[in-house]
Design a protein around this ligand. Structure first.
Ligand SMILES: Cc1cc2nc3c(=O)[nH]c(=O)nc-3n(C[C@H](O)[C@H](O)[C@H](O)COP(=O)(O)OP(=O)(O)OC[C@H]3O[C@@H](n4cnc5c(N)ncnc54)[C@H](O)[C@@H]3O)c2cc1C
Length: 389
């Protein structure tokens, strides 16, 4: 039975656990990462289509993702390691007044937090997305600093860079229990060992609630499922990641989004109108017919696209759609980086550097008033109560 001590233990080598471990090693800490899967980034991280944007309405997501984008866009220049970065921005084409209002009214907030974004006319949208359906096109938003990255290349890079700095990884070794002493965290248990530390980070994604219960706390992370797909490579004809906010004509889908990755493959996903709550990851037969119609309606030339494969993965959702980054007051030293919803991959580096600063220096990098909005102690149902008034 293993018995070792570490400065910090991270549960989960996923979209946020890997960068947290990397930034903790940069702070000089001796770190252990445990994961049930057999290698890095094999949880929901590899289900992500790699969209990376700071184009959000929530200040915490804007500021954290701006830091992630800085990391994604400069990493290759600094290290020579490719992350599959496609610097094409994000484009939200608009066909209806409702979406025009939704998007234009958040631009001032987005700009106030440093996001480069503007409303552009239909001619500019047609340049950005050649072959887009022009019928009723009103214009849209374009944020040139956003882009696309490969989730598996990013996971491999964080794993390798942190390992080079002394981080220890134990794969195929799920955490089965937490050790507490006098109201503090003292370590974790697995079937193969007991690992001691005064700092344990719950970065277990869709299993975040399960890990919380091991410490006697209830974390509201409820997974729901989403499908994605990818085509065969084709000559690049558009650079931005495209988001169509309209509901689909078949009354099953909200927005859908897609991009062309660094190998020319079109990678795509949609949001179901009724969330499919649970952890089932078997593909649904309705996904391809629905998304194919939506893609071809928006860009008719995609009708000849060859699909390689589809998959279904999980969004670790919270009741208010905002992430949780905090220390648990009832169990000091037990940190939460969970509830990443549909943006955990793009949030990864920003969450990693801020959590490391919070753990080591007691304060995040982003402004404190923004950080408090991701507290575990907020009212997760405040928006809903407001709506019922
Ligand atoms: C189809 C689809 C498309 C998406 N597209 C995007 C996108 O374009 N951009 C974006 O930002 N996000 C996207 N997402 C969302 C993104 O994938 C998630 O938000 C993100 O991966 C969650 O990160 P995480 O680190 O919380 O979880 P994960 O990456 O799942 O990491 C959690 C890790 O914890 C491990 N674990 C669980 N239980 C235990 C235990 N008991 N002991 C040890 N380890 C444990 C798991 O094995 C896993 O490796 C998409 C999701 C789907 C399904």
């Amino acid at each position: 039975m293993n018995q070792k001590s570490f400065d910090a233990i991270v549960i989960g080598a996923g979209s946020v656990g890997l960068p947290i471990a990397y930034y903790l090693t940069l702070e000089g800490l001796k770190v252990l990462v445990l994961d049930s899967e057999s290698s890095a980034g094999q949880g929901q991280n590899k289900a992500a289509i790699g969209g990376a944007r700071a184009t959000h309405s929530d200040p915490a997501k804007i500021t954290l993702c701006l830091q992630s984008l800085e990391f994604f866009s400069t990493f290759e220049k600094k290290t020579g390691i490719s992350l599959g970065w496609v610097p094409g921005g994000y484009c939200f084409p608009v066909y209806r007044e409702a979406e025009e209002q939704t998007l234009t009214c958040i631009i001032p907030t987005q700009k106030s937090y440093g996001l480069e974004i503007d409303w552009v006319g239909p001619e500019r949208i047609k340049e950005l997305v050649p072959g887009i359906n022009e019928n009723g096109l009103r214009g849209g938003t374009f944020s040139p600093g956003d882009g696309q990255v490969s989730p598996l290349k990013v996971a491999a890079a964080f794993w390798k860079e942190s390992k080079n700095r002394g981080c220890e990884y134990r794969f195929s070794e799920p955490v089965t229990g937490l050790i507490k002493k006098a109201g503090r965290i003292a370590g974790v248990k697995t079937a193969r060992g007991i690992y001691h530390s005064n700092v344990v980070v719950n970065a277990a994604g869709a299993a975040g609630t399960e890990i919380g219960r091991m410490a006697g706390i209830e974390i509201p992370v409820i997974p729901d499922s989403h499908e994605g797909g990818i085509s065969a490579p084709m000559e690049r004809f558009f650079d931005p990641l495209i988001v169509d906010l309209r509901p689909g004509p078949e009354a099953k889908t909200k927005n859908f989004y897609f991009g062309q990755n660094d190998r020319g493959q079109v990678i795509f996903c949609y949001t179901p109108i009724t969330p499919i709550v649970g952890t089932n990851r078997e593909n649904l037969s309705e996904f391809m017919p629905i998304i194919a119609r939506r893609l071809i309606d928006l860009i008719p030339r995609l009708k000849n696209m060859l699909i390689r494969r589809t998959w279904r993965g999980l969004y670790p959702m919270t009741p208010d759609g905002t992430i949780i980054l905090d220390e648990v007051r009832e169990v000091r030293g037990f940190y939460l980086a969970v509830g990443m919803c549909g943006q955990g991959f793009m949030l990864g580096p920003g969450v990693g550097s801020n959590m490391a600063s919070f753990i080591v220096h007691g304060k995040p990098i982003i402004p404190q008033e923004v950080w408090s909005s991701v507290s575990f102690y907020r009212d997760f149902y405040a928006g809903r109560k407001e709506a019922l008034k």
